[in-house]
Write a protein that binds this ligand. Structure first.
Ligand code: AMP
Ligand code: FE
Ligand code: FE
Ligand code: ZN
Length: 280
């Protein structure tokens, strides 16, 4: 059982990298990928845990990118984390995420919400990628909402008056950099319409021309039409189809292994990668 998309507390998940790897083994997974947003800071800890519990670990990240004004999440697997160009883009995104989150908090505070930056910082692990879920957790802790989802629905959805964007590289540039770094770029949940505007099939075609190698087909945010569209594009463009949980610990309802990737797809990803080996 192979799950290629999960988050630890090094971004907006709630399990430590160790806890995540242990939970993955306990859930019966044989392979898990750690894909924290815009960072590799959980890789070393996850590796040690994977070697200890005996599960295969694919080290990766979910990169925040933008294509024609649309937010696009790009899974990047098995890349060299020291590649200067890719590192610089990931760092530029990280560097802008903190002031951006502070501006979101300021907008909420200006509107009367009793919320301070300290509240948000208290929800974040050392070295974690700052994101809207941490603001959501702080609002939940203050009693404004029952859970993260409610905050996203009412206050923090993209396009809300409190929403502030952050820097993100162009998707095609990120695709090229991931390839240059020996990694495998895979579009995450491309047709997850509940999150806002999504890209079109022609965008997937142009990103494939830029070097895209895979597409997430099975994901809980895809409705049946989205699954069909992604699967058809995978066939048309010879992209590696994947499936995954997008687990965030207790931050989302997604459960480890709820959707999975075929062994043949993992083989194709591993064969295409030269940046970092799979931990076995
Ligand atoms: P950011 O990257 O800071 O803009 O925050 C986006 C993150 O928020 C995504 O990676 C999701 O994990 C999370 N998210 C988006 N929508 C929801 C939701 N409805 N409930 C819980 N988490 C969400
Ligand atoms: Fe997330
Ligand atoms: Fe995502
Ligand atoms: Zn994700």
């Amino acid at each position: 059982m192979i799950d290629l998309h999960t988050h630890s507390a090094q971004s907006d998940g709630t399990d430590s990298p160790t806890g995540l790897v242990e939970a993955a083994a306990a859930a019966g997974l044989t392979t898990v990928a750690l894909t924290d947003h815009d960072t590799t800071s959980g890789w070393d800890e996850a590796r040690a845990a994977a070697e200890r519990v005996g599960i295969a670990l694919v080290r990766g990240s979910e990169l925040s990118t933008r294509h024609a004004g649309i937010s696009v999440h790009l899974l990047a697997y098995l890349f060299d984390p020291e590649h200067p160009g890719l590192r610089a883009e990931m760092q530029a995104t990280l560097d802008d995420r903190l002031p951006r989150l502070q501006r979101i908090v300021q907008r909420l505070a200006d509107d009367g919400y009793e919320l301070t930056w300290e509240d948000v910082a208290a929800q974040m692990e050392e070295g974690a990628t700052p994101g809207r879920p941490h603001v959501a957790d702080a609002l939940v802790a203050r009693g404004y909402a029952p859970d993260r989802s409610a905050v996203f629905h009412d206050l923090l959805y993209s396009g809300s008056p409190y929403y502030v964007p952050h820097y993100a590289p162009a998707t095609a540039d990120a695709v090229r950099l991931v390839r240059e770094a020996g990694g495998v770029p895979v579009l995450a949940h491309p047709f997850a319409a509940t999150r806002g505007r999504t890209i079109w099939p022609d965008d997937v075609r142009s990103l494939t021309a830029a070097g895209l190698l895979g597409i997430e087909v099975h994901h809980r945010d895809h409705d049946p039409d989205g699954v069909t569209l992604a699967r058809d594009l995978a066939r048309e463009l010879d992209l590696v189809p994947t499936g995954s949980s997008d687990y965030h610990g207790s931050g989302k309802v997604n459960r480890l292994g709820e959707r999975t990737t075929d062994p043949g797809s993992l083989e194709r990803i591993e064969a295409a990668a030269t940046g970092t080996p799979v931990v076995r």
